[in-house]
Design a protein around this ligand. Structure first.
Ligand code: SF4
Ligand code: SF4
Length: 386
């Protein structure tokens, strides 16, 4: 059975293959469904014989447990081998100082989270090298960038299968395939290019807990004994870590530094989408995408925890088109009634935007407009149940 979305204006619909999570026998296990999605989407046709195929993952920050499981990566690796490719699992180092800031810490975190040759049947290669210096400049015709800084290991892969956990994000609104390409394939310098928003602290709300200072990668958030937090705008790189950890929501975007709120968020989103475009512009018809609509948390897997999900688990989806895939996921999440016991502060009703219900300042849906404008895909999709 297939269903087309109604809100697309015109143009050919991209196929998005969907597997729900019901199971009463082995054939319906999630592993079996990942393999069937790979086949239904025709991903074997993307694999060149003996081609080095990147399986783009997010290995999860230490403390997070809702990253995409190595169990699913193993299925994809085996399917790539079956199609004649030579797979490797990959991700890039983070901008902030966490458990994945350089390739050594990153690999150790991946091993702790169950990713190893023994479990996934493929080597793990950090695509931007030991300290994120393995970088290639990709020329693009963007509104914000004329070139983007992409990890060498991504550029040199002959094809890519992108596995993304679809969930909320404090800056992007939501993170799916587009964000996995954008931040996930950029070097640290490229990640910095994408963040140019600055933040400020509402002293009336701040309880001087010191959490923002603890997580700030560049020492820009400062909490002196007996005083409220302050952010040094000269040092701040706009990574948003302080927003995520502040429990009393005292950190907000410094709108005075970046024009109107909506324009600032749109600019951030457009920069991100231009990086996503640059990550795959040289790989036409050689990239496939699988999104996991499970454990739909308010935060990215870059945070060292996993909050309760906002909505029930929904399914697993695959497509050649990252825009159609993310749009289908966005719609499926928002069709659900939200959990009142989650971080949602509003929009719990079915049909309301759950991502705005947790991050009201974000304009995540602008990812779709920006990606369509760059020719990355279409928001018009046909959902095909497998
Ligand atoms: S995390 Fe929030 S409450 Fe804690 S010191 Fe920073 S701004 Fe203040
Ligand atoms: S956004 Fe916050 S955590 Fe990131 S650099 Fe600026 S002050 Fe530090």
């Amino acid at each position: 059975m297939s269903v087309q979305n109604q809100d697309a204006k015109s143009g050919e619909a991209a196929k998005v293959y969907f597997a729900d999570l019901r199971a009463r026998n082995h054939h319906d296990s999630k592993m079996s469904k990942v393999a069937r999605l790979f086949d239904a989407a025709g991903f074997a046709g993307l694999i060149r014989k003996n081609g080095l195929i990147a399986v783009k993952m997010h290995f999860g920050e230490r403390g997070n447990d809702t990253f995409t499981s190595p169990v699913f990566a193993r299925v994809v690796v085996d399917k790539i081998r079956e199609a004649g490719g030579r797979p490797f699992l990959t991700d890039t180092n983070t901008l902030y100082s966490g458990s994945r800031h350089n390739a050594i810490d990153h690999l150790l975190t991946a091993y702790e989270h169950g990713f190893s040759f023994a479990t996934v049947n493929a080597p793990i290669i950090i695509a931007d090298g030991l300290r994120s210096n393995a970088c290639g400049e990709v020329p693009i015709e963007g509104k914000h960038f004329k070139s983007v800084k992409i990890a060498q290991g991504i550029l040199e892969a002959s094809g890519m299968i992108v596995l993304s956990h679809f969930k909320g994000h404090e800056m992007a609104g939501f993170g799916g395939a587009i964000k996995n390409l954008a931040m996930g394939c950029a070097t640290a310098a490229g990640k910095k290019d994408q963040h140019s928003i600055r933040f400020t602290v509402d002293e009336g709300k701040c309880v001087s807990c010191g959490e923002c200072q603890r997580v700030c990668p560049v020492g820009a958030a400062i909490v002196r004994r007996g005083e409220k937090a302050k952010i040094n705008a000269e040092r701040c790189i706009g990574c948003g870590e302080c927003v995520t950890v502040c429990r009393v929501k005292a950190v907000d975007i410094d709108w005075t530094s970046c024009g109107s709120g909506e324009k600032a968020m749109h600019d951030f989103t457009e920069r991100m989408v231009e990086y996503a475009h640059g990550a795959v512009v040289g790989k036409k018809d050689r990239v496939g995408y699988i999104n996991f609509l499970m454990n739909i948390t308010p935060d990215c897997d870059c945070v060292p925890w996993s909050d309760a999900p906002m909505v029930p688990d929904i399914g697993i989806l695959a497509s050649h088109d990252p825009v159609a895939l993310d749009k289908a996921c966005f719609d499926l999440v928002n069709q659900q009634a939200g959990f009142h016991s989650s971080h949602l502060s509003c929009n719990c009703e079915a049909g309301k935007d759950k991502f705005k219900g947790v991050w009201s300042h974000t304009t995540g849906e602008h990812q779709f407009t920006a990606a369509v404008n760059l020719g990355m895909g279409t928001t018009h999709y046909e959902l095909v149940n497998i």
